[in-house]
Write a protein that binds this ligand. Structure first.
Ligand code: NAP
Ligand code: GDD
Length: 342
């Protein structure tokens, strides 16, 4: 029998790529999702299409990291071999507006999950392997460059503070209770499925819409920030590899190259023969009270122990995102033209 995985945050960018990966490896995948007044499964709908054919290997369960009882119930129903905790209020700027909510979901929510797994393991004797989505944001005002597993944390946002708490709880459950628990300290990773309010997707979506005459301005914040940007499809593979090792540990996952928001803008707009200086305006609403200026990761440990390496450069990633957003913009243009004909 194949393994059983539970993914929290299954409707998010990483949740969708990880679901694809695990289904391809023969896992039965269970996803925890929140109830909302609109559909939130757009990123995984294509994986759900075989549901009438008997062999249903993706099942969704309503639950919320804030609702400890729902988390416990899902663990005992699903009986997972592996749990990937990807759920989060993951937007850094928003975390300044909602610091308490962010802390509750990101840190207390993770403890709900760890406690549920520990009790389930203790009452059944079944080992459950746990992956925690830690973040390069924890390095914040960086203490050294590049950042490794040994670089001290200096979080610069409510989101990053909450992730530091969840990170150390994960280490503590490993050391105190012998849980097989790993932190993946992932640097920024993007894709055509990236949420539209994160800067890379905001840029590629706007560039494509500007090309099709669907918008004329793009409002951004700090263009000088630098990030180590990789492809989300590569990064979920690193998550899986961590849980296949003999011993649990923590790993940095990064490309080892850092680019500024300005460079990403250049790449996206020039690929469409556009000049971003004609359309971009700086809007102070998108600045942060405290900024993370430069992130650059050293993923040597992941390369040596997990055999992991990134497959796309920032430029290739940017082109992939622009191409996908061009298709969306073209569809939008066609719809707009059709509605004028009616
Ligand atoms: P994302 O697209 O924002 O997805 C977040 C997911 O969490 C969504 O499925 C969301 O559900 C769910 N969620 C939010 N609050 C929840 C709650 N209270 N209970 C249950 N589910 C909840 O994020 P992502 O980019 O895929 O990132 C995945 C994880 O990696 C996050 O923990 C993020 O903080 C972390 N991370 C991301 C990056 C990156 O560059 N992408 C880097 C390092 C770490 P809805 O669909 O209902 O909103
Ligand atoms: N979102 C956004 N919107 N960011 C902007 C904008 C804008 O209009 N203009 C400039 N930026 C700058 C931000 O100030 C930041 O320095 C950089 O672009 C990247 O912002 P985001 O794309 O929002 O990502 P992030 O680095 O803050 O956080 C992402 O990566 C983390 C890993 O380092 C998120 O995915 C986090 O969940 C993740 O942990």
């Amino acid at each position: 029998m194949g393994k059983v995985a539970l993914i929290t945050g299954v409707t998010g960018q990483d949740g969708s790529y990880l679901t694809e990966l695990l289904l391809a490896k023969g896992y039965a995948v269970h996803g925890m999702m929140r109830r909302a007044s609109v559909f939130t499964t757009e990123r995984i709908d294509h994986l759900y299409q075989d549901r009438h054919e008997g062999d249903v290997r993706l099942r969704l369960h309503y639950g919320d990291l804030l609702d400890a009882i729902s988390v416990r119930r899902i663990i005992s129903e699903v009986k997972p071999d592996e749990v990937y905790n990807l759920a989060a209020q993951s937007h850094v700027r928003t975390s300044f507006d909602q610091p308490v909510y962010t802390a509750e979901v990101v840190s207390i929510g993770t403890v709900h999950l760890l406690e549920a797994i520990r009790d389930y393991r203790d009452s059944t004797g079944k080992e459950v392997r746990f992956y925690q989505a830690s973040s390069s944001e924890m390095f914040g005002k960086v203490r050294e460059t590049p950042q490794t597993e040994y670089t001290p944390f200096y979080p610069r946002s409510p989101y990053a503070c909450a992730k530091v708490h969840a990170h150390w709880q994960t280490v503590n459950y490993r050391e105190a209770y012998g849980l097989f628990a790993c932190n993946g300290i992932l640097f920024n990773h993007e894709s055509p499925r990236r949420g539209e309010t994160f800067v890379t997707r905001k840029i590629t979506r706007a560039a494509a819409r500007i090309k099709f005459g669907l918008q004329d301005r793009l409002f951004l914040g700090n263009l000088d920030a630098k990030r180590d940007w990789g492809f989300a499809g590569d990064y979920v593979d690193a998550m899986w590899r961590m849980l296949q090792q003999e011993d649990p540990d923590d790993y940095v996952v990064a490309t080892g190259e850092s680019c500024s928001v300005r460079e990403f803008l250049d790449e996206a707009f020039s690929s469409l023969d556009l000049d971003w200086h004609d359309c971009v305006e700086i809007d102070p609403r998108y600045l942060r009270p405290t900024e993370v200026d430069v992130l650059l990761g050293d993923a040597s440990k992941a390369r040596d122990i997990l055999g992991w390496k990134p497959t796309l450069t920032m430029r290739q990633l940017c082109r992939m995102m622009v191409d996908a957003d061009l298709q969306l913009a073209e569809q939008e243009r066609t719809l707009a033209d059709a509605s004028h004909l009616v």
